[in-house]
Design a protein around this ligand. Sequence first.
Ligand SMILES: [Zn+2]
Length: 109
Amino acid sequence: MPWTLSIRKGDQVKVTAGRDKGKVGRVLSVNQEKGTCTVEHANLVKRHTRPNPSKQIKGGIVEREGALHVSNVMVVCPGCNKPARVRHQFLSDGSKVRACHRCGATLGA
Ligand SMILES: [Zn+2]
């Protein structure tokens, strides 16, 4: 993907599609290549894991956050507290920041 995603790790986002539609959580990881991210407590999938004692992994079924496409989540703006579209803005020093489309609050790089 040539452009950078508007979602960053640690962002507060709202899930807008899928099974966990409406859920709000923090972004745990972002995959730039695939355009996906994982959001805490959203899109939980059951993973069947095999025990691996050398890596301290216990076997069984664990629930883990599954990948969500970034188009299915929206950043919750800290300024207006609503899910917002993100626009990219250049500061006078040339650095790029993300800004809320609604209220203009900056969301950090
Ligand atoms: Zn805002």
